[in-house]
Design a protein around this ligand. Structure first.
Ligand code: SF4
Length: 239
């Protein structure tokens, strides 16, 4: 990416041109050509998916990667797939989203107090990026975290947890050892790495991913997700 991207808008503009991961470039474009039958009349986005939401958010949400027929189709994270249906209904109930659904980039949805991003910005085969792909995409997430400087990062799932934890450690946050383990409702307060580092604390807040694997089995219920989001509002000083 452009090493000196000065703001979120610039990152969002540069990111869709990235072709750094050959396997993911091939997959995202293949999916965009072959399409799912239900969407055969649509033009898929088929590119890296930028962050979405409030550019002054106190809460950042980090998932895994765009879904092949969700974000990779619509060009907006969690938009147009069952995971997003579950997530945006909760974001609306808890005051972050202006509407309970997210269908397309031009559906008028506005997020307030929250911005969402992902450790990997291209749809991966089987929703499984490699460690190398996560490493290659890492600077985008790192830059967004550094610019946004959130009070809270809500992390959906263990993959995102490891990615955010590593990124924050690289940015000089003191991440305790043994490393904090992901769990639903896990809460870890990070501080600057030494006494001279007086930045305000940042809280990592774990949440099971909103994938159908979790929501269809009851592992993650609407009440559980709402509780995490309400906690994020409190930690972010929004309530
Ligand atoms: Fe670029 Fe990230 Fe997509 Fe890799 S995953 S091609 S680094 S945007």
């Amino acid at each position: 990416m452009a090493a000196a991207a000065p703001d979120l808008a610039t990152i969002d503009a540069v990111l869709p041109t990235c072709r750094a991961c050959p396997r993911l470039v091939a997959w995202r474009e293949e999916v965009a050509v072959e399409k799912r039958a239900a969407f055969r009349d649509e033009t898929y986005w088929g590119r890296p998916v930028p962050g979405f939401g409030d550019e002054h958010a106190r809460v950042m949400m980090v998932g895994l990667a765009p879904a092949a027929h969700g974000g990779n189709r619509t060009g907006r994270l969690f938009t147009g797939d069952p995971s997003g249906d579950f997530l945006f209904a909760a974001l609306h109930r808890t005051g972050f989203a202006s509407q309970p659904t997210s269908r397309s980039r031009d559906d008028g949805l506005v997020l307030t107090g929250l911005r969402m991003a992902a450790p990997v910005r291209c749809a991966p085969p089987a929703n499984a990026p490699t460690p190398s792909e996560r490493h290659t995409c890492g600077p985008y997430l790192a830059r967004e975290l550094a610019i946004l400087d959130p009070a809270v990062v809500v992390v959906l799932g263990g993959f995102g947890w490891k990615a955010v934890r590593a990124t924050l450690a690289e940015q000089g946050w003191h991440v305790p050892r043994p490393r904090p383990v992901f769990g639903h409702g896990a809460e870890v307060v990070l501080t600057g790495s030494d006494a001279a580092d007086a930045r305000p604390p940042l809280t990592l807040l774990g949440c099971f991913h909103v994938s159908p694997h979790n929501t269809h089995t009851g592992r993650l219920t609407p009440a559980m997700l709402d509780a995490v989001l309400r906690r994020a509002r409190v930690l972010g000083g929004l309530d």
